[in-house]
Design a protein around this ligand. Structure first.
Ligand code: NAP
Length: 535
């Protein structure tokens, strides 16, 4: 079908794919410009990652007062966060409130999974096709498909033969799962597993945790939202948000400006203890050289390993649970009673670092000679991060070039927002953007503003097409690599590098450094969208 043949009601100015926090904000901005914009969303509700990740214990690891929109001063004042770290249900309630309060819902088409998006050079428009066969046409296409939304659910041999229930944390049944009296296997020990394991252990008759690599996790110290803190921040929200945007990772980790190198052993110890009390991801702010100086990193990692030994009764189990890699190289986890869960009689840690899972049998999980008999398996195996959700759509640019082909050796973008050869296509928090290395909602709003401003600029200058130049893209890819290369982040098999998905090119995907990134975007815009071809 050509763009002209698309039904009148599906001829749009802009199509946004995904109704998570990125898509909702993009829709709000585009409608604010007076554009006829629509979101296409695979799920039956808004919320994106929080819509799908309903596993037991799912909650945010960034404090609620920071993990929230800032575009509406009224919204900031009227929404009461109940917990310091909001659970999934509370974040979903917030996303629904936003969709209603800003009258976005009528412009969202739910239950609609996009299969393809092709650029028609002659028409200068995108033709978007859904799995149900609907075709839509628009000048602009915005991918708000999420960084951690394409589930990585390994196809272990024999998987389909398993007689019990199989659940991926990122695709959790909406009605919940009752593990009472069941023998359960959890595969993986990343953030999702670390949050769900303590709760599943309380329900299950027996829990087997299959661990390939241990992770650093710090107690979150979650609790009710402190009302005094809330009052204080609300009274100075604009200034507080500005401060957050000036932070390297886009949220307030109480960053210590001193390096470990310049501190005495006592000072280092005191700082680590202070971080332990702050909890969770505040460890990222422990020392200015945490992610650039191996010695500094070793000291902090040793401290956390010592704490793990203090939390786990059996020294052999504690040793298995102690990560050996750079701390912060994979995202640090925030937990509630995670390590203590291994002190329970009904929990067994199965080390699969040397002997991987051989197969899934009808009765359970076979590792070497042993089969662990289970009634249910939780695959907490993460995501095909940052590129997965884009590459699962058949996206084609100028001359029919498939995005998957262009990115076969790894993603290439300009600013993580656009890619050469794909005019008028924007990605919210794409590879090459700070996104997952920041407070996501903060990054999302910065991206949404950039996209809306670009479109407004085109309109004001009687232009219709914006496309990154290959030169700007090449320079940006070099810049992303160069910045990452100055850190310790390349030294472990993280999903930032795509190392968790077999066969995925090993490329460090996020851009490290939110304030520099904002400055770059602002300078690009101020210089008439330098690095883009406008026509
Ligand atoms: P993840 O961090 O990628 O962890 C996946 C786990 O599954 C790892 O332990 C991995 O082991 C294991 N695994 C993968 N494939 C396997 C296989 N074939 N056999 C055995 N084990 C396998 O995924 P996640 O826990 O879902 O978290 C992903 C990201 O989502 C987090 O880093 C975080 O950014 C975000 N998240 C945030 C929150 C929060 O806000 N609190 C909660 C959940 C998730 P290896 O390490 O050896 O690869």
């Amino acid at each position: 079908m050509s763009n002209e043949e698309v039904a009148q009601e599906d001829q749009l100015d802009a199509i946004v794919i995904g109704a998570g926090f990125g898509g909702l904000y993009m829709l709000y901005k585009l409608r604010g410009l007076g554009l006829n914009a629509r979101i296409l969303e695979a799920g039956d509700g808004v919320g994106g990652t929080w819509y799908w990740n309903r596993y037991p214990g799912a909650r945010c690891d960034v404090p609620s007062l920071q993990y929230s929109y800032q575009f509406s001063r009224q919204l900031e004042q009227e929404w009461d966060w109940k917990e310091r770290y909001a659970p999934q249900a509370e974040i979903m309630a917030y996303a629904n409130h936003v969709a209603d309060r800003f009258e976005l819902r009528p412009h969202i088409q739910f239950g609609t999974r996009v299969a393809a998006a092709h650029f028609n050079d002659a028409a200068g428009r995108w033709l978007v096709s859904t799995e149900a066969g609907q075709q839509l046409s628009a000048d602009y296409c915005v991918m708000a498909t999420g960084c951690l939304s394409a589930a990585n659910d390994p196809q272990f041999p024999g998987r389909d033969s398993f007689a019990g229930g199989w659940y991926h944390t990122g695709r959790w049944p909406h009605e919940g799962v009752d593990f009472s009296g069941k023998r359960v296997g959890v595969i993986g020990t990343g953030s999702s597993a670390i949050q769900s394991i303590p709760i599943i252990a309380e329900q299950a008759e027996h829990l087997y945790v299959f661990q390939r690599t241990p992770n650093y996790s710090i107690p979150a110290h979650n609790g009710p939202q402190d009302s005094e803190e809330e009052r204080d921040i609300r009274a100075r929200y604009p200034e507080y948000r500005k401060y957050l945007r000036e932070q390297q990772i886009g949220w307030d980790v109480h960053a210590n400006e001193r390096t470990a190198e310049e501190c005495s052993a006592d000072e280092i110890r005191a700082e680590c203890e202070r971080r332990w009390r702050l909890g969770g991801l505040y460890f990222y702010g422990s020392f200015a050289d945490l992610l650039s100086n191996q010695q500094a990193n070793d000291i902090v990692a040793d401290f956390v390993r010592e704490k793990i030994r203090g939390r786990v009764d059996d020294p052999a189990v504690a040793e298995l649970l102690s990560p050996k890699s750079v701390i912060g190289c994979k995202r640090i986890c925030a937990d509630t009673g995670y390590f203590e869960t291994y002190n329970r009689d009904n929990v067994t840690l199965v080390d699969i670092s040397g002997t991987p899972i051989d197969e899934i049998t009808p009765a359970g999980v076979r590792v070497g000679e042993l089969t662990y008999q289970v009634d249910a398996i939780v695959s907490a195996t993460g995501f095909d991060a940052m590129t997965g959700s884009l590459q699962r759509i058949d996206i084609r640019g100028v001359g029919g070039l498939p995005l998957a082909e262009k990115w076969s050796a790894g993603p290439r973008t300009f600013l993580g927002l656009t890619t050469a050869g794909f005019p008028n296509l924007f990605v919210i928090c794409g590879p090459g953007s700070p996104s997952v290395f920041t407070n996501m909602i903060n990054a999302i709003e910065q991206h949404g503003d950039f996209v809306a401003d670009s479109i407004e600029y085109l309109r004001d200058h009687d232009l219709r097409r914006i496309e990154a130049t290959v030169e700007a893209e090449d320079a940006w890819v070099d810049q992303v690599n160069e910045v990452a290369g100055e850190t310790l982040l390349l030294g472990c098999n993280s999903w930032y590098l795509g190392a968790n998905v077999p066969g995925k090119p090993r490329v460090f995907m996020p851009y490290v450094g939110f304030p520099d990134y904002i400055e770059k975007c602002e300078s690009v815009a101020a210089n008439g969208y330098e690095g883009f071809q406008l026509s």
